[in-house]
Design a protein around this ligand. Structure first.
Ligand code: 5AD
Ligand code: SF4
Length: 470
């Protein structure tokens, strides 16, 4: 049994980590043929990508996927720690699974993802959730087949979570959920330690994948007919810093852009280390999509300092306008937290005025959620929940206003859309534009998912646009 410990998770040193090729223990391949599994994924794209690897590992064990947990023999919750409601959702699901297990004693229940890295969660499971069969952390997913096999064979509760990142595994299998759009991890972990954020504790220090491994993965995706790759990392802008002296995200984007892949995206970018080289490369290549996610979190420099964000309102705005100027037609989206401990009405008004200036194309807005073990959780918080909810409401009104205004500016324009499928509205296709807007559209011609087509925008809504194929 290995139980996580945040004090250890917080440590950062120059310790070398190895790159290891993954091999599957042949003796357990197809051992569980005929058994069914269900995965519930919470949280971000990193978790979605991890679930694609979990699926592949389970299928090598012989499990087949089902979409309904009631019919599964194994249920895995791939969890998220970022805010309390993600926590609550996972524990709510565990409550439902407890009842199911009372009726179906052979049901195997497992937990992976960021909550598995939290000491308090693991303690809670040890004390109150004896029916959970296994917990596997974010740093040792490669052990999942052995952990499951042991939990089943020995009828034991397996808790295997490393507090610190170990070696970096290459060659883990993957079953991708979309045949045209792929997530590609480029860097794991985060060293920024924003004071509100749990990620540096749950995902470890920044570790980049080697450029050769990334480029090889992308070559494989191109051969398989993929049209879009999204480069993933908690902070992609730190790519390469731990590995190379003179190769960073700008260089990587440029190397990928020269390949025959129509669409390249990347997320998430911390404003602090967004280099001029990156902006120049994004502007230069037409297959790097003009869409940047640039979380601001707050418009008040005082709050940004308390958040440990390492930039000010002014330096953020300077970067924002530089990207807008150099990348033609770029859309910028953001994340904003309201109600950080001690946020005054004046601080909040600064966030509103920043939104008025940036007129974001998309924004994810949240109420601050105290995460155990983070510095911000210890700050005195004088703002009431009611006040925070009101601020969120006021903020959403402003961001939504600009979503619609920006979308309306597209009426009568032609945008390129990667077709994903038929939308719920009869006879309408749907897909995303270069600038990452959801487009529902009609088309006389028969289209296939994966096609990239020109669509004339006919009418704008707040969160989507309607159009017709040229
Ligand atoms: N409370 C509220 N929102 C948070 N985020 C991260 N940590 C917290 C927290 N403790 C938000 C940030 C981040 C996004 C992924 O989630 O805005 O950019
Ligand atoms: Fe949630 Fe962050 Fe973990 Fe993603 S990395 S699952 S957002 S806590």
């Amino acid at each position: 049994m290995h139980i996580p410990d945040y004090r250890e998770a917080r440590t950062r040193d120059k310790r070398d980590y190895k790159r290891v090729g993954f091999t599957f223990d042949k003796s357990i391949i197809n051992k569980y043929c005929g058994k069914k599994y269900f995965i519930k994924t919470y949280g971000c794209q990193m978790n979605e990508r991890d679930s694609e690897t979990i699926s592949a590992l389970l299928e090598q064990l012989g499990f087949t996927k089902v979409d309904d947990y009631l019919s599964a023999d194994l249920v895995l919750l791939n969890t998220c720690s970022i805010r309390e409601n993600a926590h609550n959702k996972a524990f709510g699901m565990l409550g439902r699974l407890k009842h199911l297990k009372n009726e179906k004693k052979s049901l195997i229940i497992g937990i992976s993802g960021c909550m598995a890295q939290e000491n308090s969660v693991v303690s809670e499971i040890l004390q109150n959730y004896p029916f959970v069969n296994f917990v596997v952390g974010t740093h040792n997913l490669y052990q999942l087949p052995d952990i499951i096999d042991k939990a089943i064979k020995d009828n034991s509760q397996e808790i295997e979570v490393f507090s610190r990142e170990g070696d970096l595994y290459e060659g883990l299998p993957v079953i991708r959920s979309n045949p045209y759009k792929a997530f590609v991890n480029i860097i794991y972990g985060c060293d920024k330690f924003c004071t509100y954020c749990v990620v540096p504790y749950t995902r470890g220090r920044e570790r980049s994948r080697k450029k050769e491994d990334i480029l090889q993965e992308i070559d494989g995706l191109i051969q398989d007919g993929y049209k879009e790759v999204t480069l993933l990392g908690q902070n992609v802008n730190a790519y390469g810093k731990d590995l190379y002296d003179d190769y960073n995200l700008g260089n990587l984007l440029e190397d990928i852009a020269q390949k025959d892949i129509p669409r390249i995206r990347f997320m998430t970018s911390h404003p602090w280390d967004f280099t001029d080289k990156m902006i120049e490369v994004i502007g230069k290549y037409s297959n790097i999509m003009p869409s940047v996610h640039l979380p601001v979190q707050s418009g008040s420099s005082r709050i940004l300092r308390l958040m440990g964000r390492r930039y000010t309102r002014e330096s953020y705005l300077e970067l924002f306008h530089k990207i807008k100027k150099i990348v033609p037609g770029v859309t910028i989206s953001t994340d904003i937290i309201v109600g950080f401990p001690g946020e005054s009405e004046e601080d909040f008004l600064e966030t509103l005025s920043l939104v008025e200036e940036c007129k974001y194309d998309n924004a994810f807005t949240f109420i601050f959620s105290a995460r155990e073990g983070t510095p911000a959780a210890k700050l005195e918080d004088s703002v009431s929940l009611k006040e925070k909810e009101e601020r969120l409401h006021r903020l959403n009104e402003v961001v939504n206003y600009y979503f619609l205004e920006n979308n309306k500016a597209l009426e009568g324009k032609v945008v390129k859309v990667l077709v994903e499928g038929i939308s719920e509205k009869k006879n309408m296709y749907f897909g995303y534009s270069d600038t990452n807007k959801l487009i529902n559209f009609s088309c006389e011609k028969k289209l296939q998912p994966g096609d990239i087509v020109d669509v004339l925008i006919v009418s704008a809504k707040t969160w989507s646009l309607d159009g017709k194929c040229e």
